[in-house]
Design a protein around this ligand. Structure first.
Ligand SMILES: Nc1nc(=O)c2c([nH]1)NC[C@@H]1CN(c3ccc(C(=O)N[C@@H](CCC(=O)O)C(=O)O)cc3)C=[N+]21
Length: 282
């Protein structure tokens, strides 16, 4: 089994980006900037935001954190986004989700300048993905595709099954796989014969949010399994797949932690540097 090492791949990407940013800095006199907005005190979000800030620093990207209390009003949050849209030192704006109760995240995401939408959540970015046009791609599914690319795994002509249909993972991932000429099936909680669908897959992408959801009997011999799940259990952080049981059956698989999670952050950095380059006309 080939372990798809997202942690090591993400570290390599950060190093490459750091070198690129150094060159960009010497040629333009400027550096990429990422604004990260965190409203409220969700502990998991705080961890992610810290990881993002650390990753930015490593790649030479200036990150600016905006920590707002859970009591922040819609107007205050929208005011901050408008200000960041106008700020030329900011090339990417990320609103960490979920936002506290009472705030309308859709209205906020709509307000982000699509040219700074490094998270790929703006309807314009989603539309561009759907049409196959250039634009920012959602970081988790794009990070998955980057990881497959780095391991030389090509989905073209292969059967891909995505389990999960969320707007931030399942749906965009299905579109990206389709763009790469995979034959794509999207499964979800209402899917009849889910195990049978998954068994037919050359590539399985699990984004369910339930530990041990993908079992050994559900996976074809020699399949590639990408585990997008992040579940906090008493036994620590686990994905959606029964890793131990699948190990001796699959051709390649991502671990959790150390798989898709670090790639999500690496992709955010890639998107931010790309946004910076486009602003410079590069
Ligand atoms: N606007 C927005 N953009 C996001 O990209 C976004 C978000 N909101 N809300 C939450 C999800 C989740 N997410 C993760 C990022 C990194 C890890 C990650 O680094 N995971 C490590 C473990 C980290 C740990 O110990 O918790 C790993 O899998 O190895 C996981 C999950 C980004 N998200």
């Amino acid at each position: 089994m080939i372990l798809l090492d997202g942690k090591a791949t993400a570290a390599a990407i950060r190093k490459e980006l750091g070198e690129k940013v150094g060159i960009l800095k010497s040629t333009t006199g400027k550096v990429p900037g990422l604004a990260v907005i965190l409203a409220g005190e969700d502990p998991a979000s705080a961890v992610y935001v810290r990881n993002k800030e650390r990753a930015c620093a490593e790649a030479g990207i200036v990150s600016k954190g905006y920590k707002l209390p859970a009591s922040t009003t819609q107007e205050e949050l929208e005011g901050l986004i408008r200000k960041l849209n106008e700020d030329d030192s900011v090339h990417g704006i990320l609103l960490q989700l979920p936002v506290p109760q009472g705030l309308d995240s859709d209205r906020c995401l709509d307000l982000i300048d699509p040219d700074k939408d490094v998270d790929g959540f703006h309807p314009v970015s989603v539309g561009r993905l759907t049409l196959g046009l250039p634009g920012f791609r959602s970081c988790t599914p794009a990070g998955v595709m980057t990881l497959l690319d780095r391991y030389g795994l090509d989905v073209s002509g292969k059967k891909a099954v995505v389990i999960g249909r969320s707007n931030i993972v399942g749906k965009p991932l299905a579109l990206m796989l389709l763009q790469r000429n995979a034959t794509v099936t999207v499964c979800h909680s209402r899917t009849a014969n889910l195990a049978e669908e998954v068994r037919s897959a050359d590539f399985v992408f699990a984004a369910v949010g339930r530990p041990l959801f993908v079992t050994r009997d559900m996976v074809k011999d020699g399949a590639v399994v990408v585990d997008v799940g992040i579940n906090r259990t008493d036994a620590g952080l686990v994905g959606d797949c029964d890793f131990k049981a699948l190990e001796s059956k699959v051709a390649a698989m991502t671990p959790v932690p150390g798989g898709v999670g670090p790639m999500t952050i690496a992709q955010l950095l890639i998107n931010t540097v790309r946004s910076f380059e486009m602003k410079q006309g590069l």
